[in-house]
Design a protein. Sequence first.
Length: 335
Amino acid sequence: MLIKTDQQGFNHPVPSEITSQGVYENRRSLMKLMASGVAGAALASWASREAHAQAISSTARPGKLAALPGVKSPVAGALTMDKVTDYKDASTYNNFYEFGTDKTDPAQNAHTLKTSPWSVEIEGLVKKPGKYTLEDLLKLSAQEERIYRMRCVEGWSMVIPWVGYSLSELIKKVEPTSAAKYVEFVTLADPKTMPFVGSRVLDWPYVEGLRMDEAMNPLTLLTFGMYGEVLPNQNGAPVRLVVPWKYGFKNAKSLVKIRFTDKQPATAWNKAAASEYGFYSNVNPNVDHPRWSQATERRIGEDGLFAKKRKTLMFNGYEAQVGQLYTGMDLKKFI
Ligand code: MTE
């Protein structure tokens, strides 16, 4: 039985206070103004833009969720000048099959997810295994804001300002042994709070995986927030993965376990349909899905009647940052 709720119903660890989402939106308008020359300060530093945005934010509406602002990320590729997707679209058009298979199901149903207390078990081939609470993880490194293009295997895309830090920060801290070649990500599968975990659509829990060098790439983000606030439940609260050069399903939500292993993990979608969803799942416009082309994409929010589809970019536009990870690999074979 699915009960509809509003945004207030989401349960988060920190009380809601500040309107970071408003700050965020105001900053975008300011940047747009600057780009068009109206503000006449094209060389202003990020810091002064931030200060300016903060100053005008007092008129913005209050945020729904607790603030989680991040400093501008120094990681190459962490910013795109593409127009950011509306928060409303990013938080109501979701894939989170534990809460239903329709795009609108997670926003309606995920209020039952209990995100506090929360911990992530670190295990396997690692020198410092153990249970890390959400608070431990939040403290581990400074929160950065990264505006990433996201491309779903289904042919749509969004641009989302995520908040978190490079997964490599956590990995360095827990010290994997030299035998660790892959990282497996296991997500919550709680039939009491996740109404579709009993369904047969996938073999639960939802599991994803990365090769160690992919997990260590600075672009791979351990993510706690978006749009300057903590993650809404439907986007994978309280902690998820974001790997922007791969199809969206690699971005495991609501993580409970990170396991270091010497074998390639069996991932949920690969187990469900190996010919359609490979382990690597790098965004690649030259390799079609068996049932559709991957050459173009529909940007959510630009889908008017006459909106043109966009060309999908190799590695989702992050080739300069990650192309070298796949040197010598046949990307038609290693899908
Ligand atoms: N994680 C879990 N646990 N369950 C899921 O069903 N769906 C994946 C991924 N992570 C999924 C998941 C898919 S198919 C996509 S496209 C992205 O989450 C969507 O993330 P978003 O809703 O934040 O855009």
